[in-house]
Structure formats: structure tokens, C-alpha cells
Design a protein around this ligand. Sequence first.
Ligand SMILES: Cc1ncc(COP(=O)(O)O)c(C=O)c1O
Length: 355
Amino acid sequence: MELLRKEAAALPPYQPFPSGAKVKLDMNENPFPLPEPVRRAAVDIAGRLNFARYGDSGASALRSALAAYAGVRPEMVFCGNGSDEIIHLFLTAFGGNGRRVIVPRPTFVTFRREAILSGAELVEVPLAPAESADPFALDIEQVVRLAKEKPGVVFIVNPNNPTGNLIPREALLRILAETESLLVVDEAYYEYAGTTLAGEVARNPRLAVMRTLSKAFGLAGLRLGYVIAVPEVVAALDRVRLPFNVNMFTQGLAQAAVENAPLFKPQVAALLAERDKLWQGLAALPGVHPFPTHTNFILFTVPQPPSTVWRKLFAAGVLILDVSRDPLLKSCLRVSTGTAEENAVFLKALAAALA
Ligand SMILES: Cc1ncc(COP(=O)(O)O)c(C=O)c1O
């Protein structure tokens, strides 16, 4: 279509994601039900709100609750309709017009798509084995060199998706110390990894930490992501967002979830224990090699074409993610940790698919 912007024409339209599988382990969601007080709050909030009115366009109560959870001031929090929207807003505010945007590869795909859409100069830095023996280490020298040469935005997912590895905080701090670029660290899996750069934000006006309630808080369908950054960065995102980007129900339920954060801790612990069992189960299968992970998902290699294995699993009612299109992940699939029962079904189906 001639009228389409060339940046939009460069992107394939989103296709609906595969669905309908009995066992869904493709999107790193929390498989457990919401803690009962949070579920009750959802019902209460839905009954109490007046949906005929626009909500609080500043999401002020939610920002305060998230600030308390993250240990920062409310002026240092921004809320979006999922991290996905926030990535779009970062690129609207700081990308575009040939501005350099540096993203490791492989990583979460939305950065690439949104950088292309914004018209930025996208530079992808392949992850590569390091002396540390991490097969997916960040080439920090290259990132620093590129970010110094032409300041722009650096997006780093930590721990990374789909590889599950953790980038050392000293490496991230070097990007801030040695360049003039804005560093956005996506901590979507923070509650599983347990490490954060949030405490560095007040000292570093070019650092933004992004998180989501879609993973450990079990609210992927609610759509709430947030940023921890200095007020100037928060104001930049407030300039470019739509006025009611976080709807009133999401604001209410996200606040209830965050105020009940301790109730999610046993779920995190249980899921990590299940993940370790799942990892052992994968390692026990002939020809299967799971990589170390700091998240609720596991990247693993299979001794047959991954797309064939994926199809066999799907036919058996198990949905995982085929990541093998990336040249660095040619023999890899990614599985999210489910409940003990779901993991058992998956491992059995995988063993059958490989037999
Ligand atoms: C690294 C990373 N960032 C962001 C997201 C998306 O988060 P949200 O549901 O808040 O848009 C995901 C989801 O898989 C992710 O893995």
C-alpha cells in the first residue's frame, strides 16, 4: 500500500499467537491462580468502579503503590499498558529520526520491531560466549563502543529472554559511566532473578528500569508495565503517552496486587523449585541440553529440527516457543515453567517427540 510509512511496511502484521493447547508453556506466564485476597479485590473493584467515567489519567494511587514496592519516590514511577507499550513510548520519546538504538540479539522481539517502526538506526549486538563460559554473554566492549560513538538508547533485558542468563551489574553500570546514552534495563523477570538496578536510578539520570506485572504477579492479561526512572525521564514518557493509557480497572487491580506482594512470594519460590525439577528433567533426556537460567523459563537444545519437535508437541496439546529462527539459537526451543502436572505432561510429550 503506497500510503503506508516505509517503517510500517517493513514489519509483518502481528498474527494471532497459537492457542488452544491444553498445556500452555510459551509465554512465561505464572501458572498459579491469583492469591485469594487479590482475586476478591478484582471482584470488589469491578463492582465499585464507575466505568461511565474516565479514570485517573495520572494513575497516581498505582504509581504510589509501585513506588513503595520498588523503594523509590512516586515521581520516579511511570505506568504503561504493559511493558510492550512502554517500549513503544521509549522509542517515541527517544528513538526515531535515525537515533541510534542498541539492542542485544537474541532478546525480546518487541525492541527490534518498535525500533524499526520509530525510524531509529537499529544496531543489534550478537550475544557471544565469553571467558566466563556464559554462552550468551553480552559483548559489553562493543555495546560501550557503539553507545559512545553515537549516543542514543541501549535496551538490555536482564535476565535476558529467551536465553535466561544474567548480565553482570558492573557491565550495565559501565554503559552508564562510559557513554552518554540512555540505558533501559528490562527487568521483566526481576522477582525470579532477585537482582535489580532500581537502587542505582536516583544516582543515574540516564538509567531507566522497566518491569511488568505479567510474570511473577500473574497478571499478563491485565496489561500493566512500569518504569523506575528519575522524574525527567518519567516526564518524557508522560509527554508521549495517550491520556488514558492505563484503564481504571487495571489501575485498581494492579494496585491491589502490588500491595499484596508478599502473597506472591510463595508462588515465586514454588515456581523456582518446579523450574529446577523441569531443568533436571530436560537434562536427563538424551541429546537435550538445557542452558542455565535465572528466570521462570528454560532455553534448551534438541537433537532434531526444533520446528518438527515443536509441531509434535503442539499436536500432543503442549504449546512452547520455537526460537530456532534466530541464527544463534538454531537448535533451540524455550519452555516456561508450569505447574508440576503441566511440566510432567510436557516432559513426557518431549520424550515421545524425540523417540
Ligand atoms: C523481557 C520482556 N519484556 C517485556 C515483556 C512483555 O511484558 P508486558 O506483558 O508487560 O507487555 C516480556 C514478555 O514476555 C518479556 O519477556
